[in-house]
Design a protein around this ligand. Structure first.
Ligand code: NI
Length: 163
Protein backbone atom coordinates (compact mmCIF):
# COMPACT_ATOMS: atom_id res chain seq x y z
CA UNK A 1 0.00 0.00 0.00
CA UNK A 2 1.34 3.38 -0.97
CA UNK A 3 0.25 6.96 -0.93
CA UNK A 4 0.38 8.30 -4.47
CA UNK A 5 0.98 11.83 -5.65
CA UNK A 6 -2.25 13.65 -6.44
CA UNK A 7 -2.36 15.26 -9.87
CA UNK A 8 -3.56 18.83 -9.93
CA UNK A 9 -5.25 21.16 -12.36
CA UNK A 10 -4.20 21.81 -15.16
CA UNK A 11 -2.40 18.47 -15.66
CA UNK A 12 -3.74 17.05 -18.96
CA UNK A 13 -4.63 13.62 -17.49
CA UNK A 14 -7.46 15.29 -15.56
CA UNK A 15 -9.08 16.42 -18.82
CA UNK A 16 -8.84 13.04 -20.59
CA UNK A 17 -11.69 10.55 -20.88
CA UNK A 18 -10.53 7.49 -18.96
CA UNK A 19 -10.03 4.07 -20.53
CA UNK A 20 -12.40 1.32 -19.37
CA UNK A 21 -11.18 -1.16 -16.75
CA UNK A 22 -10.89 -4.56 -18.41
CA UNK A 23 -8.69 -6.57 -16.03
CA UNK A 24 -10.05 -7.37 -12.59
CA UNK A 25 -6.86 -8.78 -11.16
CA UNK A 26 -4.50 -8.40 -8.23
CA UNK A 27 -2.97 -5.22 -9.65
CA UNK A 28 -6.40 -3.56 -9.78
CA UNK A 29 -6.98 -4.52 -6.13
CA UNK A 30 -3.59 -3.02 -5.22
CA UNK A 31 -4.37 0.15 -7.16
CA UNK A 32 -7.64 0.52 -5.24
CA UNK A 33 -5.78 0.06 -1.92
CA UNK A 34 -3.41 2.84 -2.93
CA UNK A 35 -6.31 5.05 -3.95
CA UNK A 36 -8.04 4.60 -0.59
CA UNK A 37 -4.77 5.29 1.25
CA UNK A 38 -4.16 8.40 -0.85
CA UNK A 39 -7.73 9.62 -0.35
CA UNK A 40 -7.66 9.15 3.43
CA UNK A 41 -4.24 10.79 3.67
CA UNK A 42 -5.60 13.84 1.84
CA UNK A 43 -8.77 13.77 3.95
CA UNK A 44 -10.98 13.43 0.90
CA UNK A 45 -14.25 11.52 0.50
CA UNK A 46 -13.64 10.35 -3.07
CA UNK A 47 -10.73 9.85 -5.45
CA UNK A 48 -10.69 8.93 -9.13
CA UNK A 49 -7.82 7.24 -10.99
CA UNK A 50 -6.98 10.30 -13.15
CA UNK A 51 -6.24 12.10 -9.87
CA UNK A 52 -3.21 9.89 -9.41
CA UNK A 53 -2.22 10.18 -13.05
CA UNK A 54 -3.96 7.05 -14.32
CA UNK A 55 -6.39 7.66 -17.17
CA UNK A 56 -8.89 4.94 -16.26
CA UNK A 57 -12.58 4.77 -15.41
CA UNK A 58 -12.23 4.00 -11.73
CA UNK A 59 -12.96 5.73 -8.45
CA UNK A 60 -13.08 4.97 -4.76
CA UNK A 61 -15.20 6.74 -2.19
CA UNK A 62 -16.00 6.73 1.51
CA UNK A 63 -18.68 9.31 2.07
CA UNK A 64 -21.44 9.40 4.68
CA UNK A 65 -20.98 5.72 5.48
CA UNK A 66 -21.01 4.67 1.84
CA UNK A 67 -17.66 3.06 1.03
CA UNK A 68 -17.16 1.56 -2.40
CA UNK A 69 -14.97 0.91 -5.40
CA UNK A 70 -16.54 1.82 -8.75
CA UNK A 71 -14.99 0.60 -12.00
CA UNK A 72 -16.59 1.75 -15.27
CA UNK A 73 -19.12 3.92 -13.41
CA UNK A 74 -22.30 5.17 -15.07
CA UNK A 75 -24.98 7.41 -13.59
CA UNK A 76 -28.13 5.54 -14.63
CA UNK A 77 -30.63 8.01 -13.22
CA UNK A 78 -30.83 11.16 -11.17
CA UNK A 79 -33.53 13.39 -9.81
CA UNK A 80 -34.14 16.63 -8.02
CA UNK A 81 -31.68 19.42 -7.49
CA UNK A 82 -29.28 20.46 -4.75
CA UNK A 83 -27.02 23.44 -4.48
CA UNK A 84 -24.03 23.18 -2.18
CA UNK A 85 -20.32 23.54 -1.71
CA UNK A 86 -18.02 21.21 -3.56
CA UNK A 87 -14.25 20.95 -3.73
CA UNK A 88 -11.68 18.68 -5.29
CA UNK A 89 -8.31 17.33 -4.13
CA UNK A 90 -6.97 18.20 -7.60
CA UNK A 91 -7.98 21.84 -7.20
CA UNK A 92 -6.62 22.33 -3.67
CA UNK A 93 -10.07 21.82 -2.08
CA UNK A 94 -11.01 25.39 -2.97
CA UNK A 95 -14.78 25.31 -2.49
CA UNK A 96 -17.44 26.57 -4.86
CA UNK A 97 -21.20 26.20 -5.00
CA UNK A 98 -22.22 23.67 -7.64
CA UNK A 99 -25.72 22.65 -8.59
CA UNK A 100 -26.22 18.89 -8.81
CA UNK A 101 -29.10 16.42 -8.77
CA UNK A 102 -30.29 15.60 -5.22
CA UNK A 103 -30.39 11.84 -5.84
CA UNK A 104 -28.30 9.68 -8.12
CA UNK A 105 -28.19 6.00 -8.97
CA UNK A 106 -24.79 4.59 -9.86
CA UNK A 107 -24.05 1.45 -11.83
CA UNK A 108 -20.49 0.15 -11.71
CA UNK A 109 -18.29 -2.91 -11.35
CA UNK A 110 -16.66 -3.85 -8.08
CA UNK A 111 -13.04 -4.92 -7.67
CA UNK A 112 -13.94 -8.44 -8.91
CA UNK A 113 -15.80 -7.20 -11.96
CA UNK A 114 -19.31 -7.80 -10.60
CA UNK A 115 -21.85 -5.19 -11.64
CA UNK A 116 -23.80 -3.48 -8.86
CA UNK A 117 -26.07 -0.51 -8.44
CA UNK A 118 -26.09 1.94 -5.54
CA UNK A 119 -28.32 4.86 -4.72
CA UNK A 120 -27.37 7.98 -2.83
CA UNK A 121 -28.81 11.29 -1.78
CA UNK A 122 -27.32 14.64 -0.86
CA UNK A 123 -23.58 14.75 -0.31
CA UNK A 124 -22.99 11.10 -1.27
CA UNK A 125 -24.93 11.63 -4.52
CA UNK A 126 -22.74 14.65 -5.17
CA UNK A 127 -19.74 12.39 -4.67
CA UNK A 128 -21.05 9.82 -7.22
CA UNK A 129 -21.51 12.60 -9.77
CA UNK A 130 -18.21 14.36 -9.06
CA UNK A 131 -16.14 11.16 -9.27
CA UNK A 132 -17.94 9.87 -12.38
CA UNK A 133 -17.20 13.25 -13.97
CA UNK A 134 -13.48 12.68 -13.25
CA UNK A 135 -13.68 9.44 -15.28
CA UNK A 136 -15.04 11.52 -18.16
CA UNK A 137 -12.21 14.05 -17.91
CA UNK A 138 -14.41 16.64 -16.28
CA UNK A 139 -13.69 18.71 -13.16
CA UNK A 140 -16.29 20.41 -10.97
CA UNK A 141 -14.91 23.78 -12.05
CA UNK A 142 -15.99 22.93 -15.60
CA UNK A 143 -19.56 23.12 -14.30
CA UNK A 144 -19.14 26.66 -12.98
CA UNK A 145 -19.94 29.90 -14.78
CA UNK A 146 -16.79 31.29 -16.44
CA UNK A 147 -16.02 34.01 -13.89
CA UNK A 148 -16.50 31.76 -10.88
CA UNK A 149 -14.37 29.09 -12.54
CA UNK A 150 -11.56 31.61 -12.98
CA UNK A 151 -11.90 32.75 -9.38
CA UNK A 152 -11.49 29.21 -8.08
CA UNK A 153 -8.45 28.65 -10.33
CA UNK A 154 -6.83 31.89 -9.21
CA UNK A 155 -7.36 31.10 -5.55
CA UNK A 156 -5.98 27.59 -6.05
CA UNK A 157 -2.87 28.91 -7.82
CA UNK A 158 -2.30 31.50 -5.13
CA UNK A 159 -2.60 28.98 -2.30
CA UNK A 160 -0.31 26.59 -4.17
CA UNK A 161 2.50 29.15 -4.12
CA UNK A 162 2.41 29.20 -0.32
CA UNK A 163 2.60 25.46 0.13
NI1 NI B 1 -12.35 15.73 -7.56
Amino acid sequence: MAIRKITEFPEPVLAKVGEPITEFDESLAELCEDMFATMYDAEGVGLAAPQIGISKRLFVMDCEGLKLIAANPVIVSSEGVQSGHEGCLSVGKVPAVVERPMKARLKAQDVNGNWFEAEAEGYAARCFLHETDHCDGKLFIDRLPKLRREMVIRRFQKEKRWR
